[in-house]
Design a protein around this ligand. Structure first.
Ligand code: AMP
Ligand code: ZN
Length: 142
């Protein structure tokens, strides 16, 4: 982690140094198409301010980010006649984050689209009493 801002590919996209298919740009957010779409219309929503992960964003800005994500999601769904969509944020390498500038993926989905989901998971099973212990560990850190 920790590519500095001057080298950040998404900061370069925001400044126009690297071209992108722009969907929307305002004072705080930038919205553009992912260059390797999981489905056509796979869109990225990013804050213009460089934050590495979701953890680093002030709550106030998260609120505004998700307002934009919701607007964009509706537009993706309607504009591309999708049957649904996924919203995804990958945080840090083990979770699949490749670009260290927080971004929200909005991916249109179609009935039977067989989109390759990189984040498929195998269900794990909790032992007796373990679910409560796990929930408590999260709760203690809220
Ligand atoms: P993540 O794996 O969540 O960090 O996602 C990074 C995303 O950025 C990937 O889906 C890439 O396809 C996308 N990406 C990388 N470079 C560019 C670029 N120049 N323009 C548009 N999307 C990009
Ligand atoms: Zn950046």
């Amino acid at each position: 982690m920790g590519v500095d801002m001057a080298e950040c590919i998404f900061c370069k996209i925001i400044s126009g140094q690297i071209p992108s298919a722009i969907v929307h740009s305002d004072d705080n957010f930038f919205v553009f198409l992912d260059i390797n779409p999981a489905n056509k219309g796979h869109t990225l929503v990013i804050p213009k301010k460089h934050y590495e992960t979701f953890n680093d964003m002030p709550a106030e800005e998260v609120w505004h980010l998700f307002e934009t994500v919701q607007k964009v999601s509706k537009a993706v769904e309607k504009g591309l006649r999708a049957d649904g969509y996924n919203i995804l944020i990958s945080n840090k390498r083990p979770a699949g984050q490749e670009v260290d500038h927080i971004h929200v993926h909005v991916i249109p989905r179609y009935k039977g689209d067989e989109m390759a989901v990189r984040l498929g998971w195998n269900y794990k099973k909790y032992d007796e009493g373990e679910a409560k212990a796990v929930a408590d560990r999260i709760k203690k850190n809220l």
